[in-house]
Design a protein around this ligand. Structure first.
Ligand code: ADP
Ligand code: MG
Length: 350
């Protein structure tokens, strides 16, 4: 998986920027009725009946991704997911994206095609249209910026700022997987650098590696909330780790929070990898990022509707601001959450 493909290559310089855009355009049609004009004019045109929400993110080679274990197709897919996740975190539905790339001449046209194959896969799976972007050269490395555009009825839009005392704190899916997947990939990369013949068997880490390389964003949760007739009081997506996102919600809502260590959902495979790497699993869930799950608060009267739902975990509740943000450990100790996350008492002693 770490071998470079040697099948290339057409140079981007030969094809030219316009040739490249034509190639991209040829593979992307318009499916969403709100996309009036896509790639090919000075600007895209969008017709939303409801409110429009917009979000942008950068992905920079060497900072946010490492191409030695991240195939370009996966990178394209992930770049879209990261942005759709922000739209879902507003309780909105994405409808369009734009993608801008700065790319060095070390990459052939085929590499751009791989990247856009991943972007295309994400677009068709999540039913969003690629309606524009920009293409330029970089002196070194690859930089991708995706902007996601979505829509929601005004009364459904969920901000970070609406959490109220006694609200339940809920998280979708499970946490820590993307971070532990990254630990496995980093270790295998180090082994590969020493011994290029090594062929690691990564099958026992499949879930965590997929969480790192091919994350999904939680469209299903936004649909579920709609079906359950629940509008969260606040919501954020988990890109930097549960701890940091909880602090964002609490700060924006001017409240405190209390969560319980034994309620944090962690997949059994992730628990196994934590053991292997001697990483505290609560630390992985609280501090590890890139899970792209949704963290939200709901009024207590929704407890019956969500308590046993397989995709949702109630992990705590909102408190008054004065109590701050705390984790109650399995042993009943109360520990303050910090922006860096949380250090288990045992690790602190070391
Ligand atoms: P301009 O000079 O007006 O910025 P461009 O030549 O950069 O126009 O772009 C032409 C069209 O191609 C526009 O619709 C633009 O949004 C689209 N486009 C350019 N680069 C990309 C890209 N990397 N991905 C998707 N669409 C792109
Ligand atoms: Mg341009």
């Amino acid at each position: 998986m770490f071998e470079e493909k040697k099948t290339a290559t057409t140079s981007i310089a030969n094809l030219g920027e316009f040739g490249l855009i034509e190639k991209i355009k040829a593979n992307f049609g318009i499916q969403d009725p709100t996309s009036i004009k896509g790639i090919g004019d000075d600007a895209a045109v969008i017709d939303h009946a409801d409110k429009t929400v917009v979000s942008t993110d950068f992905l920079v080679e060497g900072v946010h991704f490492d191409l030695s274990y991240m195939p370009l197709k996966h990178l394209g897919y992930k770049a879209v997911m990261v942005n759709l996740s922000d739209i879902f975190a507003m309780n909105a539905m994405p409808t369009q994206i734009t993608v801008s790339i700065a790319i060095s001449n070390r990459f052939p046209v085929e590499a751009v095609e791989e990247l856009y194959a991943g972007i295309g896969h994400a677009c068709s799976r999540y039913k969003v249209d690629l309606v524009g972007g920009d293409t330029t050269t970089s002196q070194k490395g690859l930089i991708i910026s995706v902007t996601a555009i979505g829509t929601a009825k005004e009364e459904k839009i969920t901000y970070r700022s609406g959490a109220k005392e006694h609200d339940l704190i809920v998280v979708s899916g499970d946490l820590g997987g993307a971070y532990m997947g990254l630990q496995v990939l980093e270790r295998e990369k180090a082994v590969f650098e020493v011994n290029p013949q090594s062929q690691p068997d990564l099958s026992t880490y499949a879930y965590s590696i997929e969480r790192q390389l091919k994350p999904e964003s939680r469209k299903d949760i936004v649909e579920l909330l709609d079906e359950l007739n629940i509008v969260p009081t606040s919501m954020i997506d988990i890109s930097d780790g549960l701890s940091s996102e909880l602090l964002h919600l609490a700060k924006a809502s001017d409240v405190g929070c209390q969560i319980y260590e034994d309620k944090i959902p962690i997949d059994p495979e992730v628990l196994g990898i934590c053991k292997e790497f001697s990483i505290n699993n609560t630390t992985a869930a609280l501090n590890g990022g890139e899970d792209y799950e949704l963290l939200f608060t709901v009024d207590q009267n929704h407890f019956e509707a969500i308590k046993n739902h397989p995709l949702l975990s109630v992990i705590g509740h909102i408190t008054e601001k004065a109590t701050g943000c705390n984790l109650v450990t399995g042993l009943g100790q109360q520990i303050e959450l910090t922006a860096q996350g949380w250090t288990s008492p045992k690790e602190e002693e070391n």
